[in-house]
Ligand binder design. Structure first.
Ligand code: C5P
Length: 233
């Protein structure tokens, strides 16, 4: 019998960039377009998975045939991710999550006034969602077979430097696969093509994938399917 590689699997994918409010009309954000996460959702859907897309701010619409949960902030994404992960075979964190959020959110629009000092924005750390997903899996009763995938955008003088940083991040975060982007000043964000290396916690050789975000996503989903179907936990 012919079966799609992710038939019967539930895959949760975060996409886009979080926005951290300062007041009712302003936020701190980032340049993530959501294109990579959306391409992953399409590839997972086409591989037969039931896909839940946790969509932070995106420049592109979500694809047909996937369930969409809209989120704005890192804390909202965290709640949605921990909830969805409890019922998922695979979790892919491709969202650009703000590392910090404003310590205080004003109920009213912050006004410019001539009689007061220029405002200072204090920031507090956001939780590392990827790390919490790994902790939740490891403490859960039936979670050991779940596959957790992180992304890392690294700068570095050489591919060797980038891989060394990424290896350290993979160990620190404890996820199963880490998809590494070597980023320069104007690469990756918002672009349609991408070049990545997939690192695995199980220690198999780094796998390179490049091309359009669609092609890269198909390679990542192919690798995930392989890990689920051929590598015992
Ligand atoms: O540490 P760094 O931000 O490079 O890690 C990137 C990975 O961690 C991505 O998969 C991103 O979605 C995830 N992340 C997270 N929570 C954060 C920051 C990043 O889950 N607060």
């Amino acid at each position: 019998d012919y079966q799609l590689p992710l038939a019967g699997r539930i895959v949760t994918i975060s996409a886009g960039g979080t926005r951290e409010p300062l007041d009712p009309v302003r936020f701190l954000g980032n340049r993530s377009s959501g294109k990579q996460g959306v391409a992953l959702a399409v590839a997972a859907r086409n591989a037969g998975a039931t896909v839940r897309l946790l969509a932070a701010h995106m420049d592109v619409p979500p694809p047909a045939g996937v369930e969409v949960v809209r989120v704005e902030t890192a804390l909202q994404l965290r709640a949605a991710a921990l909830d969805a992960a409890a019922r998922s075979d695979v979790v892919i964190m491709s969202a650009a999550v703000a590392d910090f959020r404003p310590a205080e959110v004003s109920d009213t629009k912050i006004k410019k006034r001539d009689d007061t000092a220029d405002p200072v924005i204090s920031l507090v750390r956001n939780p590392d969602i990827l790390q919490e997903l790994v902790e939740q899996r490891n403490s859960g009763p039936a979670g050991s077979g779940q596959l957790i995938v992180g992304f890392a955008a690294e700068t570095g003088d050489s591919q060797g430097d980038v891989l060394a940083y990424a290896e350290a991040k993979l160990r620190r975060k404890g996820c199963d696969l880490l998809v590494v982007n070597h980023v320069g000043t104007d690469k990756v964000f918002g672009q349609d093509s991408n070049s990545v290396v997939i690192l695995s916690r199980s220690g198999s050789e780094p796998q390179e994938a490049s091309g359009t975000k669609t092609e890269v996503s198909e390679a990542i989903i192919g690798r995930i399917s392989f890990e689920l179907n051929h590598v015992s936990p």
